[in-house]
Design a protein. Structure first.
Length: 588
């Protein structure tokens, strides 16, 4: 039975946000009104659903402050376990029991020591608790009918407002963080650097449209035809009926993330069957929400004309393996539409869906000072809450070598094979000079089609010519040493080639934060000791040399990230704390 609470004369279901709890109580009260003897079936169903919704590990009405306090408590609990354990493997197994109590995924890091450092860090807990809480709250909103075309399209109002607030906080952090290029001495605000990368939604959108246009160009060259596909999950995956916005009685409780996994598994089986049948479609897929948050896919697929019917039969067969008897399943589960060049390019077909799924607008306010939440913001919030990858290419070379090629200097490329030169030209905008006047007549556009040609074509699998070269990193991070990172491009050697692969190093810079890193040599961490405790002198002065134990890690930003793990409660350096034990004190 759900618990009813009363505050200022207003009754609601305990454990739900007030906006949800009040109508839930009224509906529950209406379901039992006038009942004599046994409770009506409608009341029992609603009561059971409310019990399930409010029984999640984290209260749905938890605030950010409460999640922060819980993160501190969980990290301290893991720290207490760490003090009693002896070996790292046993310690990790014990601590992960606490992690699973909150329906959180354990770390996939192989190194036990680095994994335990994550579990004893409140920042790690805050991030993961926010994810678990956000998904539990959003799933509750779906089940209670607050995500629909009539109440909150694509996601709940709470999720949309939370996402807008997160974007605003992130923007403020980026604006207030200044980085210095250690090679050139230039300083930039972090938001300026982010605006020049694919983190900028406008650049992301333009690059995606360029890639779709390039695939269309390759298809035309090869004489292939295009197909536009819409793939929908069975009716049991929809929480709300579209016609009435009422709860779906056949709903199986699947979240949008679980629906995404269902579609991904369906597509994987289709691709395996295509491979057995000797066909290899290529193109793009876009994942987006229905009005009730349920995931569905749009795909732009290219292949030879003779393969179209085989592809349709394979996809239809697997799409109808579940819920084949649902009304309208044959008609609506999977739809096919031939791309007509007379109506526009393939990129034009997909433009609607790329624009809808990428929010490139700044946050605006209405006349009353309230945030204007657009449908693009709601889709962005939906994808953020459920961790769904919205865009994915298939049957094409990976995009990472294309982006990494921009970092390779032109002087390095001049000595490279032709395929590397073509990749460099495909990914860089170059000035076009008039041969007669010597003036700049325009600019060469980037070309995804040229990049595909340079890599050897489509559907090459592991046979693409150029890959990203990686090397082990030696810098220490918050939880230990970093793994491998990109350092340039290398050309895959021919089978008869003897010797190391040809590598072409990219240009990379070292960046350091300016004005935000704290000089730990003159700071003491926070301590619960009262003010009567005698002070001890700090071990080093500001200009004193670093001790030998930490000389290799003298970067101030590193120590700020490590939360002063190497200092005891008096502010003195302790190499045992730095090397062996996780920190017990935090600098606030």
């Amino acid at each position: 039975m759900p618990t009813i609470q009363q505050e200022n004369g207003i009754r609601s279901v305990k454990g739900l946000p007030l906006r949800w709890g009040i109508p839930a109580y009224r509906e529950l009260h209406a379901a039992q009104e006038g009942a004599i003897g046994a409770m009506p079936e409608g009341y029992k169903r609603l009561s059971a659903m409310l019990d399930e919704v409010t029984a999640c590990p984290l209260p749905l009405d938890s605030t950010e402050a409460q999640l922060t306090m819980l993160a501190e408590r969980c990290a301290n609990e893991c720290m207490n376990v760490a003090l009693d354990a002896h070996d790292a493997e046993t310690l990790r197994a014990c601590v992960e029991l606490i992690v699973r109590m909150y329906d959180m995924d354990v770390s996939t890091i192989k190194d036990d020591r680095q994994a335990v450092k994550r579990y004893t860090d409140p920042a790690w807990w805050r991030r993961n608790l926010r994810t678990v809480h956000g998904r539990a709250r959003e799933h509750a909103a779906m089940r209670l009918g607050f995500v629909s075309s009539r109440k909150g399209k694509y996601c709940s109002d709470e999720a949309a407002k939370s996402r807008v607030g997160q974007r605003r906080r992130n923007k403020k952090v980026l604006q207030n963080t200044v980085l210095r290029n250690m090679e050139t001495g230039q300083e930039f605000a972090l938001d300026e650097l982010a605006d020049k990368s694919t983190a900028n939604p406008k650049i992301r959108h333009d690059e995606l449209m360029m890639r779709m246009d390039g695939v269309d160009e390759i298809a035309i060259e090869n004489g292939h035809v295009g197909l536009f596909v819409t793939l929908t999950a069975p009716a049991a995956y929809h929480a709300v009926l579209e016609s009435s916005s009422m709860p779906n009685p056949k709903y199986n409780g699947a979240t949008p993330r679980e629906t995404q996994l269902h579609l991904r598994d369906l597509w994987g089986r289709t691709r395996a069957q295509n491979d057995r049948d000797g066909i290899a479609p290529y193109g793009f897929r876009v994942a987006e929400p229905h009005h009730d948050g349920c995931t569905h896919w749009h795909m732009m697929v290219f292949m030879p004309a003779d393969d179209i019917e085989i592809f349709k039969n394979n996809l239809r067969k697997f799409a109808l393996q579940e819920g084949a008897n649902d009304p309208g399943a044959d008609k609506h589960r999977v739809k096919f539409e031939a791309l007509d060049p007379a109506k526009g390019s393939a990129a034009a077909y997909m433009m609607k869906y790329t624009a809808k799924n990428i929010d490139a607008e700044d946050i605006k306010e209405d006349a009353n000072g309230r945030d204007i939440i657009t449908k693009e913001m709601r889709v962005n919030a939906w994808a953020g809450v459920w961790g769904i990858r919205q865009f994915q290419a298939f049957g094409q070379p990976p995009v990472t070598p294309y982006r990494e090629g921009r970092r390779v200097a032109e002087a390095v490329v001049e000595q490279a094979p032709e395929c590397v030169k073509e990749i460099w030209l495909a990914g860089n905008r170059l000035d076009l000079v008039d041969e007669e006047t010597g003036e700049i007549a325009g600019q060469k556009k980037c070309s995804w089609a040229a990049y595909i040609r340079a890599q050897g074509g489509i559907n090459m699998g592991r046979g693409y010519r150029v890959r990203v070269a990686q090397a082990a990193r030696t810098e220490a991070g918050r939880y230990g040493l970093f793994g491998r990172g990109p350092v340039g491009l290398f050309v895959k050697p021919d089978p008869e080639f003897i010797g190391p692969p040809q590598m072409y190093v990219s240009t990379r810079f070292t960046w350091r934060r300016v004005g935000v890193a704290v000089d730990v040599r003159v700071c003491r961490p926070w301590s619960p000791v009262n003010n009567c405790t005698p002070d001890r002198d700090v071990k080093w002065e500001r200009d004193a040399p670093w001790p030998e134990e930490i000389a290799p890690h003298h970067d101030l930003a590193y120590f700020a990230d490590c939360d002063f793990a190497c200092f005891d409660k008096f502010g003195d350096f302790n190499p045992d704390l730095f090397i062996e034990k996780p920190h017990e004190e935090r600098h606030q």
